[in-house]
Design a protein around this ligand. Structure first.
Ligand SMILES: [Fe+2]
Length: 481
């Protein structure tokens, strides 16, 4: 693992806190405007004002969230597949809160910092790059690795993850340490969504490329060493953003969003929806037995809430799309898929017929039977058009409870287990909320068991936090010096 970038180098590269919060450029793209507009300023703030409620004194750790935040005006931009990573972190300790945000200092960002401009194209429209912009030994691939999709901790490793490529190890202070090698001789490639087995503590990760019709599953030990890798074949190179882990199986659920180099060469997106290829599902036993393949009518999914085994079937809660598309206005709703591996068939049923994304559960119950899914929903009343409520779906009774954020817009909510808690819903939900009228953001904790109550705590943040992608609660993190 590389050592951290020297402090003086970082400070020289980092914008001063006297600079404006926002990046100084504009691009006419809805995903780079409003509260999607990237921030440039990296900030620290202690003893944040608690505007409502109280931060539970026994909560010690940090909520970290990643998201695409391009530093330089992009040449092309395809949300949510492009950008530089920026981690926004709220550290809680003894009832107090502290905020810090930092770019993920990737090798790609270093190239652009030296050039003083964007040099990479988009994930969907790669650009040839002048070789003179690279130093010896740098990766000259035409696609940026911004490490902007997720941030997780596994063992002692805090990892900023991108889609199906190398990830970057960070420390708790948000310094970038370098590409993660997982005990091997070179950086390992993995996806943004990974699953920890509830019994073994192993981390299972997915990997694919746009070049080959192969999906790989890596297994990392609880300490973060790469233990083994298995491969599955698909008809074409396919984008598979997430997968399912149960107690005894990995489950690959691949809709036909495929990489088509000919389309790219014809000036269209490299990602194409090919419904004629159908849905491919692989049930892969963790004991090494042969996978079972199931085919069916195509749909698309970015995110699974959870999957588990019940009475010989595999139950999967996920957000369903009719197809993959970059077009706005697609419906995305929470559904439950029930897979029968013996009959080799599946069916799906609606759990919540409202537009949603970013489904989360209490991660301590991942791969086990879960009852509650937490996810943001859009009422359509919010001026921003974004998610304005957080829903708790009881998948046993069908009951849906909501916390209405009114004029505030929210994103994904991470589960924060209550110290000493035992029930599945014994904890809090942490999210960032944006107030367009004040152009200000807050950190909000809700009671996961009583989501419609007043917030447990609302913490004012020192600057706007743009909409992002995924975050997690990192329990037990030491307070920063
Ligand atoms: Fe994701």
């Amino acid at each position: 693992m590389k050592t951290a970038m020297k402090t003086e180098q970082r400070e020289a590269a980092r914008p001063s806190t006297s600079e404006p919060v926002d990046v100084p450029w504009h691009m006419d793209n809805p995903f780079l405007s409003g509260n999607y507009k990237p921030v440039l300023r990296e900030t620290d703030a202690r003893d944040l004002k608690v505007a409502a409620g109280h931060i539970p004194e026994d909560l010690r750790g940090v909520y970290m969230r990643n998201g695409p935040n391009p530093m330089f005006r992009p040449i092309h931009y395809a949300y949510p597949l492009d950008g530089d990573g920026m981690i926004h972190a709220v550290y809680l300790d003894g009832g107090k809160a502290r905020y810090r945000n930092r770019f993920v200092d990737t090798a790609s960002l270093a190239v652009e910092r030296r050039a003083g401009r964007a040099v990479y194209g988009s994930f969907t429209h790669p650009e040839p790059i002048d070789p003179a912009l690279f130093l010896d030994g740098e990766n000259t691939a035409p696609i940026k690795n911004g490490a902007f999709v997720n941030i997780i901790r596994h063992g002692e490793h805090l990892l900023a993850l991108n889609e199906a490529t190398i990830c970057y190890e960070m420390n708790e202070a948000l310094d970038t340490l370098g590409p993660w090698t997982a005990g091997t001789a070179q950086p390992v490639r993995l996806g943004a969504h990974n699953k920890r087995h509830p019994r073994t503590g192993d981390l299972h990760a997915i990997q694919y490329t746009w070049r080959e019709p192969i999906v790989k599953f890596h297994r990392f030990s609880p300490a973060g060493l790469l233990m083994d890798t298995l491969s599955l074949d698909l008809p074409m190179p396919t984008m598979v953003h997430d997968f399912v882990l149960t107690e005894r199986h990995l489950v690959l659920i691949a809709g036909p969003a495929v990489f088509d180099v000919e389309a790219m060469q014809a000036g269209r997106s490299m990602l194409q929806w090919r419904p004629d290829l159908g849905m491919r599902i692989a049930i892969v036993p963790l004991d090494g037995a042969a996978p079972t393949w199931i085919e069916g009518d195509p749909f698309f999914v970015y995110h699974f809430a959870n999957g588990f085994e019940r009475s010989g079937q595999i139950v999967v809660d996920y957000v369903h799309y009719e197809k993959f598309s970059f077009e706005a206005g697609q419906r995305s709703t929470l559904r439950r898929m029930t897979i029968d591996p013996v009959q080799r068939r599946f069916d799906t049923a609606s759990l919540l017929d409202e537009d949603t994304e970013f489904p989360r559960i209490n991660h301590l119950h991942e791969a086990l039977a879960t009852r509650y899914v937490y996810l943001p929903v859009a009422s359509g009343n919010n001026a921003t058009g974004g998610f304005d409520a957080l829903a708790r779906v009881d998948t046993e009774t069908g009951a849906v409870t909501k916390h209405d954020f009114g004029r505030l817009a929210i994103g994904e909510a991470a589960f924060v287990p209550r110290p000493g808690g035992t029930r599945e819903d014994d904890g809090y939900l942490a999210t960032f909320a944006y107030d367009a009228e004040r152009d200000a953001s807050s950190f909000v904790l809700l009671d996961a068991g009583r989501i419609d109550d007043e917030p447990v705590a609302v913490v004012e943040l020192p600057q706007r936090v743009p909409y992002g992608l995924h975050g997690n609660w990192i329990a037990g993190t030491r307070a920063l010096p």
